[in-house]
Design a protein. Structure first.
Length: 216
């Protein structure tokens, strides 16, 4: 079983729906330890992505769709998250290359490139209470799952489960990057909004992959 550009579009559409539905919750997390705009930032960015995606030809390869997400987020999402996630999608697109079908190893490459892009851009380490704390466990779980022979949908499910745990793991941490780092101990007890939204993004990938598998 492989995933194709229909899945990529479904993933991005689902992401747009989920971040829109969760925008108040994400902004509330950001109100606790930041400036309260994270949900609105992402909802605005993905609304623009959705609109621009309609201009792509039906047969656009996965990398072209992912690159459109990158450039749209970079140009429409202010704040830290826009350039960080933009770089993630840009690096993911580069990792996809010309591929039309994604197997388990391509899914691992996509997730790894996205995480590496975020780290390249933001220089956060694991445990700094950022979105990296969702992406890195996701990459590790995906790598292990693909190594054990899992299909792409199962690889993404293990990544999503790990990302959700990773997002929750930010709650007791002191932040060492971004606005939350100005708060010192006062950030303790609050979940990082970017880790939460990254968990939603990876879960949308897993949910849509599960549906693609059912249909094929
Ligand atoms: P801003 O902080 O500019 O208002 P957002 O609210 O949209 O931007 O995004 C905040 C999120 O960005 C944080 O929750 C955190 O996950 C992420 N973030 C901030 N700085 C970094 C960084 N250097 N590396 C990785 N992620 C970061
Ligand atoms: Mg903010």
């Amino acid at each position: 079983m492989t995933l194709d550009s229909t899945w990529v579009r479904a993933w991005i559409e689902r992401t747009a729906e989920v971040v829109t539905a969760e925008r108040h919750a994400l902004s509330e997390l950001d109100r606790q330890i930041g400036d309260g705009d994270h949900g609105e930032n992402l909802a605005r960015g993905f609304a623009a992505v959705r609109e621009r995606m309609t201009e792509l030809p039906d047969d656009a390869p996965p990398a072209v769709v992912v690159r459109l997400v990158a450039t749209t987020l970079i140009s429409t999402v202010g704040g830290a998250a826009g350039p960080l996630l933009g770089t993630a999608y840009l690096k993911a697109a580069a990792a996809l290359g010309e591929a039309r079908e994604l197997d388990s190893d391509s899914v691992v490459s996509l997730l790894t490139a996205a995480r590496d892009g975020i780290v390249l851009r933001g220089k956060a380490d694991s445990g700094d209470k950022t979105m990296v704390d969702a992406w890195t466990p996701a990459v590790e779980a995906a790598t292990e799952s693909a190594g054990a022979g899992a299909d792409p949908a199962a690889v993404l499910r293990s990544a999503a489960d790990a990302a959700a745990l990773g997002a929750a793991s930010t709650e007791p941490l002191v932040a060492r990057k971004g606005r939350a780092s100005y708060l010192g101990d006062r950030a303790v007890g609050h979940r990082d909004p970017g880790a939460q939204s990254s968990s939603l993004i990876i879960t949308a990938a897993a949910d849509t992959a599960a549906e693609s598998t059912k249909e094929s």
